[in-house]
Design a protein around this ligand. Structure first.
Ligand code: ADP
Ligand code: MG
Length: 607
């Protein structure tokens, strides 16, 4: 080696503490919203009942967070700013059972390294507060009630590269508000106030401040405060306990789904998380009730034993890892499905609702109000007898609807009322207690047939397969190959006979008989991906449902088929008795109500 080369070789040096903190800060502090998230976590951990944020310039110039928590003693102030200094865990054993919002002990240190930070705090036994200026280390007496104020000024003033990545003040402020919303949703027992450049942006009172409210009502009030009254009225309450899990919250009606996924909140043990597995579970519960790519709105809380989940895998604490993800996926999907299943036809809109926006009712009320089908109804052909794979044919041959005799005056008592007529070869008109009911007869019957097929198919294990004359081979990833090894049986149940030919080649020998046109490579790959994410039972059910939906569409009554009044009434009664009958399998509504009030309005009556 020449002298020159040795001289050129970079030397390994230890970074000084300040630089280490700045590098680490990049993981924790990305923008004003991440500062706010960490400061809110700390305030909540300190037992705050009221938290006030004061921001300027979208939080880029200043973020001040005041709380009325336990405070920090004078001799601990400096320690709070040190890296890996925390009061929340002392041992590895604690790490397994963290109940606080996080314990990495680096948030304040990270912020202090990239901003002008000051900490002002007073404990209950102190005669006054103390204020620590992070940059100088100076501590001075200050005036303040018990609690803590953290001031973060000029974020990233000393790391211009990071500051350049900040967006407009309005955008940063929007992210800050999202962080506040997440915390506020999780903690209705704490009051939150937000000020920006002297203007009040939010003021959500603590449940305690609303006397006489029980916890469920407190949570309801917070939902309405934070997510708006529309979210509240367009959603149903969910409460479920499954094994070691407790689930609660609100799930939006399928009809109230949105173009964007901007109202989807998932909390695990009080912390808002972004988790693909959980989001997938909720989404799949809506599967055959959502139109196109519409996004459901929901705010769901999952409580799970701390040892079954790791909330500290991510520096920003927004990701989690579960010990048994599949079980959780299944529990969450089933809980959401159960809430969405009862159709709303049993409790139609009250006066004043628009025909498009039927007033939703809580799931519990729907269940109570659910009528039993007409007792003297003939055996219902709209509940198809299933004999896979001939089901489609069976359904098509059946008469459209059975005769369900009804007393002439009974119509008003039925949720969907008494049939009056059929128009345009497509719609059934009926009169109920609230006004005029219009039913899309094909859409409604399609759902009825589909739900019947699903019920019948629950007793059948496997989907029929069609052997291929020429086996189909295609290249596959290592993950896909491994999944085939693990799930051969499941694939057979789906009608897919798949084998491994080599380290990167798969062969398909049979396909699901009901899907003669599917692209086999694409079908197999997506089934395998789904199997890894959601587990075997889920995929089998999903594939089966897709096939049944196709059958249902063929089996449902066609346009221009003339129905008798009795057949129309039978259709209405079947809708009342069928789960999810408010929408067809593609998420389109099956019925609408035009209220008497709206009819009056059409004719300018009462003006
Ligand atoms: P961590 O929250 O992970 O412990 P931080 O850097 O966020 O780490 O905070 C360090 C310590 O400072 C906390 O463990 C806590 O003891 C104290 N602390 C921070 N913020 C507050 C607050 N608002 N009220 C009381 N104590 C606080
Ligand atoms: Mg913290």
């Amino acid at each position: 080696m020449t002298f020159e080369a040795a001289w050129l070789r970079p030397r390994i040096r230890e970074l000084d503490d300040a630089l280490v903190s700045q590098i680490a800060a990049g993981e924790v502090v990305e923008r004003p919203a991440s500062v706010v998230r960490e400061l809110l976590d700390n305030a909540l951990d300190a037992g705050a009942r009221q938290i006030t944020l004061r921001l300027s310039a979208g939080g880029i110039r200043t973020i001040v967070v005041e709380d009325d928590g336990a405070g920090i003693a004078r001799d601990q102030l400096a320690l709070a700013l040190k890296r890996h200094a925390t009061s929340k865990i002392a041992s590895l054993a604690d790490l397994e059972a963290v109940a606080t919002m996080g314990f990495r002990g680096e948030a304040l240190a990270a912020m202090a390294s990239v901003s002008e930070l000051a900490l002002c705090s007073r404990t209950a036994d102190a005669p006054h507060a103390w204020r620590l200026q992070a940059s100088s280390g100076e501590i001075a007496a200050a005036a303040r009630a018990v609690g803590t104020t953290v001031e973060v000024g000029e974020l990233f003033f000393n790391t211009p590269a990071r500051r350049k990545f900040l967006k407009s003040e309005a955008t940063e402020l929007a992210h800050v508000m999202e962080a506040v919303r997440r915390h506020a949703l999780a903690r209705p027992d704490v009051g939150f106030a937000v000020w920006h450049d002297g203007r009040a942006l939010a003021s959500w009172r603590a449940a305690m401040a609303l006397p006489g409210l029980d916890p469920a009502d407190a949570q309801a009030a917070r939902f309405a405060d934070v997510l708006g009254p529309a979210f509240f009225s367009d959603s149903r309450s969910l409460q479920a306990e499954r094994g070691p899990l407790r689930l609660w919250g609100r799930v939006g009606q399928p009809e109230a789904a949105r173009a964007r996924a901007d109202l989807q909140y998932l909390f695990v043990n009080g912390r808002c998380v972004r988790d693909r597995l959980l989001a997938h579970a909720v989404r799949s519960a809506y599967e055959d009730q959502l139109h196109g790519s519409r996004q459901p709105a929901y705010a769901l809380f999952i409580e799970i034993a701390p040892e079954l989940v790791d909330v500290n895998v991510h520096p920003a604490k927004s990701e989690v890892r579960f010990r048994d993800g599949r079980a959780l996926h299944q529990a969450l999907r089933q809980a959401v499905q159960a809430v969405l299943a009862p159709s709303r036809v049993a409790a139609p809109a009250t006066d004043g609702a628009s025909p498009g926006g039927l007033t939703p009712v809580p799931a519990a009320a729907t269940e109570q109000a659910r009528p039993t089908p007409a007792p003297d109804a003939a055996p219902a052909p709209w509940q198809p007898r299933l004999a896979l794979p001939a089901a489609a044919a069976t359904v098509q041959e059946a008469p459209a609807f059975a005769y369900a005799p009804a007393a002439a005056n009974a119509g008003a008592a039925w949720p969907l009322g008494r049939a009056l007529a059929q128009i345009g070869g497509a719609f059934v008109l009926a009169e109920n207690a609230h006004g005029l009911v219009v039913v899309d007869m094909h859409a409604a019957h399609e759902r009825i047939v589909y739900e019947g097929l699903k019920q019948a198919a629950d007793t059948h294990a496997a989907l029929p397969a069609q052997p291929l004359l020429l086996p189909f081979t295609f290249s596959a990833s290592a993950a896909d190959i491994a999944s085939v090894h693990a799930e051969t049986e499941t694939l057979l149940m789906l009608g897919l006979d798949v084998g491994v030919l080599s380290a990167n080649t798969l062969v398909v020998r049979s396909r699901p008989a009901a899907l003669p046109d599917a692209d086999l490579a694409e079908l197999t790959r997506s089934v395998l991906a789904e199997l890894r994410l959601a587990g075997a039972s889920r995929v089998v059910q999903q594939a089966r449902d897709a096939v049944l939906a196709t059958m249902a569409c063929h089996g449902a009554v066609r346009a221009n088929r003339r129905l008798t009044l009795a057949e129309m009434d039978a259709l209405l009664r079947a809708m009342e008795a069928t789960a999810r009958s408010d929408t067809c399998n593609h998420g389109r509504p099956t019925w609408r109500l035009v209220t008497m009030k709206e009819l009056d309005g059409l004719f300018l009556r009462g003006r």
